[in-house]
Design a protein around this ligand. Sequence first.
Ligand code: ADP
Length: 479
Amino acid sequence: MHELRKTEALIDGVWCALDRRFAVTNPATEDVIAQVSDCGVAETEQAIDAAQRAWPAWSALSSLARSDVLWRWYELVVANQSALAQLLTQEQGKPLAEALGEVLYGASYIRWFAEEARRLDGDVLSLPQSDRRGLVIRQSLGVVAAITPWNFPIAMFARKVAPALAAGCTVVLKPAAETPLSALAVAELALRAGVPKGVFNVVTGTDAPAIGQAMTSHPAVKKLTFTGSTKVGRLLLRQCADAIKRTSMELGGNAPLLVFEDADVDLAVAGTMAAKFRNAGQTCICANRILVHEAIYPRFLQALTRAVDALQQGAGEQEGVTIGPMISAAAVQTTHERVAEAVTQGAIVHRGGFVSPLGESFYPPTILLHVQPSMRVWREELFAPVLPIMTFTTDEQAIALANDTEAGLAAYVFTESRHRCWQVSEALQFGMVGVNETAISSEVIPFGGIKASGSGREGSKYGLADYTELKYICMGGLS
Ligand code: ADP
């Protein structure tokens, strides 16, 4: 465990200790658990230069050789799952069982792209002219910059770094300053797996705008892949525009969850609980707006209330805890302000809605009734364990309310009608739709959104293409 606890930046295969440090805290206890190197522009540029130097040799390796390195990395992550999960819970707060789930979920992307690395195939085209042939090959982009958030510190970076390395790119990653330790630990395992120096660099730091600027202004960086807020995504897209850098943006969601009158109530409640309270409501595909048909509402609310009352909140390390703290006291404050504002506008607090006695970073599971579409708790992504509920009477009304958002990441539908499954799934303007299921993600599926939720897809057979350029070669003189 201790040897995986790294607190330095990883640049050109070397752990770089800086005098400038920043504190990482355990959100459940507010204890400082590490002091980490606080990198700025100079270190980011060094890392990009190292990645640029490492790129020719890494991209020239056979895809089999790159795949083998990724396989070893995957095996090491799995072998160290328990130590990684503990580190993750300490810095992020989620219950240990969820942390373990995230480690294995992250590992599944490394494994998937170890497999996909071997399928970087192209095409042979039959051209209109008989004396020539067309070839299409896929080539790696070069240096990829990756910026990741604190809610899934391991999974979010595995989803980016694994396909980038599989494609033959080299990477400079900036993890969120709240949760750098698990990323550094997985980076240490990458070194042990044989990822050559400079191929994967990790720049830890608190001055995110400066690091982001250094990444987007460096000519060697060919692509930026970002997971985080829509606000920062917009800013980074603008920064990438001048040099026309490739981007993948996995931005905020505002997922609706629709419960129709013919839904299986138990299934809908179980799905709502999983989609809302996992990671204390801090996931981009969390159900953010619950729409329930009037006819089923009393039964749904009764069963949901029972399930919410059964949640056990506490520090993630504690036995039996099913919901941890939020990431910080500031996040709790913002959440409470939004809930209080909704109440002044007519919402009713059915459960929760107070600052928890467990500590400043805890917010209780909260159910809000009588919510209106104009309220911020409905319009904006909450990223909190708060469930706003509205009722509807017709399918058209439910679909219109669900689509009335700039976000387009995930949506969920509960119905027993085959017809409605299709009709509603196709009408929802979201990149991913879960029908009678909210645990929709895995390495096999194309994860990503439309509208203001971003562009690009992570995982699946489409995920590798985001890290390659297509090149057409015309071979003539064949007559
Ligand atoms: P969240 O609300 O989840 O923290 P952010 O978009 O603020 O979402 O953060 C996601 C990631 O983006 C983090 O690694 C954060 O440090 C980084 N970040 C925040 N602001 C900027 C910026 N101006 N430029 C580059 N990265 C940034």
